[in-house]
Design a protein around this ligand. Structure first.
Ligand SMILES: Nc1ncnc2c1ncn2[C@@H]1O[C@H](COP(=O)(O)OP(=O)(O)O)[C@@H](O)[C@H]1O
Ligand SMILES: [Mg+2]
Length: 310
């Protein structure tokens, strides 16, 4: 029995190593997150994101976007369900590996904090220093990244000397300087005017064009629509205040009106907090045809509990 398990594990390892690039980079398999106060922020949520995709995570405030991101970053653990990132079942990542895992994901928040007493260059370099990179490598990569972000001329300035948009670009440079597989942006344009927002979005697009998978959480529907990218929409149901229910109903009507080609997957669980996922039909077709086999491999290779949910 023990031997059998060992064989299975080594088989799994080689499968992941050899075929990693064919697997979706992020998989949520029937995930639920209930906080200690009883709030179910994520419920029965399943989706997958392919390597190299650019995906918007949409939903009004409180819909569960930041919770979803925290689950990916291992800042929260799911109450049930499975999450795979880069072919790893994240619940199995050892404590000693967590930092390394997190470094494979660049993160960019609305309320980013730059170190006020460090220059632009030093702020970005700092993200590399903690990885133990050499001075030469740091200088090289920081300079390239700052130039990509249009900040070469600002590298000796301090954050206080920069505009809001420039500060945001420094934060973006810091998020990508280690060459992450995935870039996650949580409300990246929340504090910016339309012009700076558009600039950040085009930088995210460029980063994606270089091969990084990008996941952007936003409540700004218009922004996601303008970009024309795939949308995953989170929507809480009945547990929120009357006002918010009305707001959600309005939003939902807008979505249906504006996106004729959107398919809605209602939560199969009939309790009072459904989470609905809306994705373009094209994305569903894509996933269903070319990726179903890979997903099954992940599922069967992990634990049988998943089959129960399938
Ligand atoms: N640490 C927490 N403890 C308890 N409830 C939380 C916590 N974080 C978020 N929530 C609740 O979970 C729900 C989803 O929040 P969040 O993920 O921040 O949504 P969003 O980012 O879409 O605004 C909200 O009802 C929020 O109040
Ligand atoms: Mg949030």
């Amino acid at each position: 029995m023990g031997q059998y398990t060992k064989e299975k594990q080594s088989e799994k390892k080689s499968l992941y190593n050899n075929e990693k690039r064919n697997l979706p980079i992020i998989v949520f398999d029937n995930v639920e997150k209930k906080y200690h106060n009883g709030v179910k922020a994520i419920k029965n949520l399943s989706f997958q994101i392919e390597e190299g995709e650019f995906v918007f995570l949409m939903g009004s405030s409180g819909a569960g976007k930041s919770t979803l991101i925290k689950l990916i970053l291992l800042e929260e653990t799911p109450t049930s369900g499975k999450i795979y990132v880069n072919a790893h079942n994240v619940s199995k990542i050892k404590k000693t590996q967590v930092q390394r895992y997190r470094r494979s994901i660049g993160v960019f928040f609305q309320d980013f904090r730059l170190l006020e007493k460090k220059t632009v260059f030093q702020n970005v370099a700092f993200a590399m220093e903690i990885t133990g990179a050499s001075k030469k490598e740091i200088t090289e990569k920081v300079n390239i990244t700052l130039s990509l972000m249009g900040l070469s001329g600002k590298k000796n300035d301090y954050p206080g000397q920069l505009s809001g948009g420039e500060q945001q670009r420094v934060a973006l440079a810091r998020a990508i300087v280690n060459g992450p597989d995935i870039l996650i942006a949580d409300e990246p344009t929340g504090n910016l005017d339309p012009e700076n927002s558009a600039e950040i979005m085009s930088l995210l697009k460029m980063i994606n064009a270089y091969g990084t998978t990008v996941l952007v959480a936003t409540h700004e529907q218009q922004m996601a629509e303008e970009m024309g990218m795939r949308v995953i929409m989170l929507n809480h149901g009945h547990d929120i205040s009357k006002e918010k229910i009305e707001e959600n109903v309005t939003r939902k009507e807008e979505v249906t009106e504006n996106q004729e080609q959107t398919t809605q997957i209602d939560s199969p669980d009939a309790s009072n907090e459904p989470v609905q996922v809306e994705v373009p039909v094209s994305a569903i077709n894509f996933n269903a045809s070319s990726v179903a086999d890979d997903k099954n491999q992940i599922v069967t290779d992990s634990e049988t509990e998943v089959d129960k949910n399938a």
